[in-house]
Ligand binder design. Sequence first.
Ligand code: HEM
Length: 221
Amino acid sequence: MTRSCTWVHFLWDTDERTVNRYLTRSADPPSRYRILDVVPVVGAPPVAPSGGMCGLRYETTVPPSSLAPGGPDHPRPIMHVWGVAQHLHYTDRHARVDLDTRSRHELPPSEQTIAVLIPIRKSAAWWGLSQDERQEFFLNKAGREGHIAIGSRYVEGISRRLYHRRYLDQAAPYDFLTYFEFDRLDEPRFRMLLSELRDVRNNPEWVYVEHEYEIWMTKVG
Ligand code: HEM
């Protein structure tokens, strides 16, 4: 029996043809973006902010090793990050059903649709914790809410996807790709969510975040 994974790719370049070369035949229809801003949060982003860069996101079952190679005739995109969708690690059945029921689906492309990609790397101290210690951080315990309870207050307006890289390549500069979409009118609420998640008094998990930046985009296609 063959098993297939869902791989995601995000690519940016000044030339749309360069990102289009990386589309595989089995890919779902891609989403297209215009970069608005790149915002450092912890550490520096790998690329300088560049308005006018075009972006592409697609999901595919084809593994990254089969992608078109770069070369003098086939330049690589300025930025390319990828990850894989995985089973849940810390969410119990009750929380999963609740979030699945209330979470917003992806939004159609529009000048009103904001998309934000946030690559995140956690420290060696986090990965040195045992599974049950890491799990604790996601739960509402000891007088603070934790990740799931905080996020749960925002799901109706914000669509979210989580992709992993850590388990494939520990040397990669990010462990996770977190991707969000929302209506431009909900931007203040999204910013409130970010500041709540990063407040280590209410969500001590963020003590372990050692690299984080935000790529703000409009979803145009
Ligand atoms: C929209 C509200 C949000 C909800 C409901 C939510 C919910 C969750 C849940 C349930 C998990 C656990 C997945 C599992 O069981 O494996 C998770 C993981 C994660 N979330 Fe969120 N989240 C939200 C917003 C955010 C935001 C804004 C960020 C980034 C700034 C973020 C970053 C992450 C990361 C990096 C993980 C993986 C952590 C790890 O495995 O160590 N989340 N989220």
